[in-house]
Design a protein around this ligand. Structure first.
Ligand SMILES: Cc1cc2nc3c(=O)[nH]c(=O)nc-3n(C[C@H](O)[C@H](O)[C@H](O)COP(=O)(O)O)c2cc1C
Length: 324
């Protein structure tokens, strides 16, 4: 067994890690080797102070990147042991990975890994076809396998009640000039290595829409072309809401998204009801369960689309400086 990860292993795995989702595609992560271990840290320079003042979203994104990193290492035959928040005094270091016993990747790891480059946020309307029970079960299992939970919002009245909470949270956020400015600053009209390309934004939100869409610069839509009337809404949560729970939630989120991709499903995220504390509490109460909602997903059968850009891997690595 190797006792150290190498720069080559880190570089290869980080290429998968950066495919993780992040708020406004801000990519708030850094990866480095320290004492033979790979560490995942928050990138303080890429936080969104108006949208994400607590750093919740950045920790979710880093957790998702961590899941991809773990998958890539396992598929390469060099799986990792993971310690979350390994140094109490260094709160930005969210995880440390050290080599575990080498073994062959499992079929599940291989299929999830194959889904990494195919996953993307699909904000366009989905087909009305329902998501089959088997797929619903699989995505719930994916969350549980990573110490998360997934509640499906089932039935017209439950979906309407959720939509009410989400729309009201959206209105609260939209009233904040700092939030609006940050969103506008991350919309990309021209090709860029970060931010949300206008082409990925989905159609512009309309007042009659059930679920609120963030204004990423979407195009006007043809009259009468609306979103699916009964979307499959899923709430992902964790037992608590410590910073560690948020990293756990990010890993669970990524496993759910990759499982959905592998099942031929499309997904988009809507986090307005998580970002507004009153809405988050209303959401938790509406689910009638303990624990903390960490993300909301809309899942269904979508039209094809393209993954969004990322920064180059060497821009997110802190490599040891070679001695002369
Ligand atoms: C914590 C978090 C919150 C997000 N919230 C939203 C949201 O409210 N609306 C939305 O359309 N996308 C949301 N996203 C998705 C990101 O915008 C998306 O991951 C990013 O633009 C990269 O694109 P990709 O998912 O296609 O790779 C969120 C992602 C994360 C990690």
């Amino acid at each position: 067994m190797g006792t150290h990860f190498t720069v080559g292993q880190l570089t290869a795995a980080a290429a998968a890690a950066v495919r993780a989702p992040s708020l406004h595609n801000s990519q708030p992560w850094r990866f480095r080797l320290r004492d033979g271990g790979i560490e995942v840290s928050l990138d303080r320079e890429r936080l969104l102070p108006a949208t994400d003042p607590s750093g919740w979203g950045a920790r979710i994104a880093c957790g998702a990147a961590l899941f991809n990193l773990r998958l890539a290492l396992a598929v390469a035959g060099t799986p990792a042991k993971v310690r979350l928040r390994p140094y109490p005094a260094e709160t930005d270091v969210l995880a440390r990975l050290t080599p575990d016993l080498p073994r062959r990747p499992t079929p599940a790891e291989q299929t999830l890994y194959a889904a990494v480059p195919r996953r993307f946020s699909n904000r366009a309307p989905f087909w009305p076809d329902p998501v089959p029970a088997e797929a619903r079960w699989r995505i719930g299992e994916a969350a549980r396998a990573e110490q998360g939970w997934l509640e499906l919002v089932i039935g017209v009245s439950a979906v309407n009640a959720f939509a009410e909470i989400a729309r009201s949270a959206h209105r609260v956020l939209e009233r904040d000039a700092g939030y609006r400015a940050e969103l506008a600053a991350w919309v990309r009209a021209a090709p860029a290595p970060d931010g949300v390309p206008a082409a990925a934004s989905g159609p512009r939100g309309e007042p009659q829409d059930l679920l609120p869409a963030r204004a990423f610069g979407g195009r006007d839509r043809a009259p009468g072309r609306d979103f699916e009337p009964e979307p499959l809404v899923a709430v992902l949560g964790t037992a608590g809401n410590t910073t560690t729970d948020q990293v756990v939630a990010g890993q669970a989120l990524q496993r759910v998204l990759l499982t959905a991709t592998d099942a031929g499903l499309a997904a988009s995220m809507l986090s307005q009801p998580i970002e507004v504390p009153g809405a988050r509490e209303a959401l938790r109460l509406s689910l009638g369960r303990f624990g903390t909602p960490q993300m909301v997903l809309r899942i269904g059968y979508g039209q094809p689309g393209l993954p969004t850009p990322r920064r180059r891997v060497d821009e997110v690595l802190d490599l040891p400086v070679a001695r002369p």
